[in-house]
Design a protein around this ligand. Structure first.
Ligand code: PGA
Length: 256
């Protein structure tokens, strides 16, 4: 049974005060939302503060922190980067290969693959983003080719723990989400190369209005959410919907 996930990617938003207020609101709001895992991915500069203050590790078994990115080396002369050793101290998850990293910061598939391997080597669970640039008849093939390269060399046990976020690039931050049927078609295809245990999320303009459509899909295990994750009430509503869907589907135990 795969535990559903609702992960909020705050991107480069929030002051220290905003981060504190939003994380505190989420912590209270998900207190009774226990069938799913909620993950907050704030800017890395706030990770330590939140990890030691608002969301103390271990104290909230259903609420976790994730980093938005990290480099694969442990230490050294890599100005501006954070390492798996640092992330491990404050977060359980790390987003890897987000389309904003590949487009704006020119990360390539080899680098992303190194990051995925480094995450597992340090017991951090990667949320690995994949997705086609444009909607087309060959989208499924494009995305599966990408996923194969990004998970190349991983042990099966790690692939089982991996979280894949299917995020069609044309849907990220555009307000134009994929239809649930379109997302399901791609996710089912991705699942042909993944073990049953691997969780696959949808991401791209998820809102409280469209979330339930995706939660009805048998192969979608939740969301990676950008814009809506910065708004407390809508984000909590999506978490509640995911929890309802988990209850309806009999998902009662935590994944790990
Ligand atoms: P969005 O972002 O929900 O604002 O489209 C999703 C993401 O970038 O993960």
């Amino acid at each position: 049974m795969r535990t559903k996930i609702v992960a909020g990617n705050w991107k480069m938003n929030t002051t220290a005060a905003d981060a504190h207020v939003l994380a505190t609101g989420i912590r209270s709001g998900v207190e009774h939302i226990e069938r799913i895992e909620t993950i907050i991915c704030p800017p890395s500069i706030w990770l330590g503060v939140l990890a030691h203050g608002v969301i103390q590790r271990g104290q909230y078994p259903h609420l976790h922190l994730g980093a938005q990115n990290m480099y694969f080396q442990e230490t050294g002369a890599y100005t501006g980067e954070i390492s798996p050793l640092m992330v491990k101290e404050v977060a359980k998850y790390v987003i890897v290969g987000h389309s904003e990293r590949t487009h704006i910061f020119r990360e390539d598939e080899e680098l992303i693959n190194h990051k995925v391997q480094a995450a597992f080597a340090h017991d951090i669970t990667p949320i690995l983003c994949v997705g086609e640039e444009e909607q087309s008849a060959t989208s499924k093939e494009t995305v599966i080719r990408e996923l194969k390269k990004l998970i190349d060399g991983l042990e099966l046990a790690d692939v089982k723990k991996l979280v894949v976020a299917y995020e069609p690039v044309w849907a990220v931050g555009t307000g134009k989400a994929a239809t649930p049927a379109y997302a399901e078609d791609v996710i089912v295809h991705l699942r042909t190369i993944l073990p049953e245990e691997t969780r696959v999320l949808y991401g791209g303009s998820v809102t409280e209005e469209n979330a339930r459509g995706f939660l009805a899909l048998p192969d979608c295990d939740g969301f990676l959410i950008g814009g809506t994750s910065l708004k407390l009430k809508p984000f909590l509503t999506v978490c509640q919907y995911a929890d309802d869907a988990a209850q309806a589907g009999g998902h009662r135990s935590l994944h790990n």
